[in-house]
Design a protein. Structure first.
Length: 104
């Protein structure tokens, strides 16, 4: 099966998935210790948001601590959200193309 790279994605006859080298950046991202690092992770993850079901709900726990006048507090729920997004993105998610043969 042949595939091609396009804008950080691997396109094949089956579907679309994130490029391995960019998934590696997600995998190697260390646990954030301040708001600036959380912001870096959010920007990295947002690019692949379409691969994560309920992305907005999960990331709300992380983006909440980026608000102005919010003290940086890294609690269990933020750790879980961070790890969940990392796990999904590093598990080689694949978006399948729609099947146009049956009627909609």
């Amino acid at each position: 099966m042949s595939s091609m790279e396009y804008l950080g994605h691997e396109l094949s006859a089956v579907g679309v998935r994130p490029l391995d080298r960019l998934v590696h950046a997600v995998r190697e991202f260390a646990t954030p210790t301040n708001a600036k690092e959380v912001k870096r992770f959010v920007h990295l993850a947002v690019y692949y948001r379409r691969f994560v079901k309920d992305f907005g709900t999960i990331m709300a726990l992380l983006t909440k601590i980026l608000r102005k006048n919010m003290k940086f507090v890294w609690e269990t729920k933020q750790v879980e959200a961070f790890e969940q997004v990392k796990l999904i993105l590093t598990s080689k998610p694949l978006l399948l193309y729609p099947d146009f043969s049956p009627p909609f």
